[in-house]
Design a protein around this ligand. Structure first.
Ligand SMILES: C[S@@+](CC[C@H](N)C(=O)[O-])C[C@H]1O[C@@H](n2cnc3c(N)ncnc32)[C@H](O)[C@@H]1O
Length: 217
């Protein structure tokens, strides 16, 4: 039976622990937002992870659509994956930084989350080799450059289930990301498009009206 509470107190304890972790992580160049200097785990945990209310919103969305298979681009320290895991059969998540992959895996193991598979590698290389044919919820949360966002959406659209949803994070992070989001939402393949400011949602679900909404919360 699915867990109907979207709070994840044990994952939040892990987040608190990360906030106190001063070990360094070497930088990797993945595009926008990449740092040229090493950063501490605490820095990364404070700046890169979804806040609890947004992680809960994603978990609720997964639950609402009855998602079986969830895909996340950008694992980082695995906190959002930990929120999603109780609300899906499988969570596949991709991360290019192997230090973060190891840290995330340790966290999931402590939390007893057995349905998360983290694939280490660059998004462009991993996406064509994904293990599940169709995903019901795809969360794109890494490499916030407009051209990359469009590339990932194009590569992943054929892997989205008929009623599936793509959530594009940080669509207002830069003018470049805004332009990419505006181009994506005007594509005729999508029916419902929603701008939640924090992220943009796209679906090709043919049961839904062809509409665009902007909802700020
Ligand atoms: C914003 S963080 C993800 C946060 C995570 N979704 C959460 O809320 O818990 C983005 C992550 O994507 C990774 N990343 C960025 N570009 C990437 C790329 N092209 N290939 C693989 N990983 C990438 C970064 O190393 C970083 O850990």
């Amino acid at each position: 039976m699915r867990d109907m509470s979207y709070h994840a107190p044990e994952a939040e304890k892990e987040r608190k622990r990360l906030h106190k972790d001063s070990s360094d992580v070497a930088p990797m160049d993945f595009g926008a937002g990449s740092q040229s200097r090493s950063r501490t785990i605490a820095d990364i945990a404070r700046s890169a992870l979804k806040r609890p209310r947004h992680a809960r919103a994603l978990a609720a969305l997964s639950d609402h659509i009855g998602a079986k298979h969830v895909l996340e681009l950008g694992t980082c320290l695995g906190i959002t994956s930990a929120y999603l895991a109780p609300h899906a059969e499988t969570v596949t998540t991709i991360e290019g930084n192997s230090v973060l992959v190891q840290r995330a895996q340790k966290i999931w193991s402590r939390l007893g989350l057995l349905n998360i598979q983290c694939i280490a590698g660059a998004f462009d290389e991993v996406v064509p080799t994904l293990p599940v044919q169709e995903y019901d919820l795809i969360f794109i949360d890494g490499n916030h450059r407009g051209e990359a966002l469009i590339r990932y959406v194009n590569a992943l659209a054929p892997r989205l289930s008929a009623k599936g949803i793509i959530v594009c994070d940080d669509i207002h992070w830069s003018t470049d990301m805004e332009a990419a989001w505006n181009a994506l939402r005007q594509e005729t393949r999508w029916t419902l498009k929603v701008d939640f400011y924090e992220w943009g949602l796209l679906t090709a679900n043919s049961d839904l009206a062809r509409e665009f909404h902007s909802i700020r919360f």
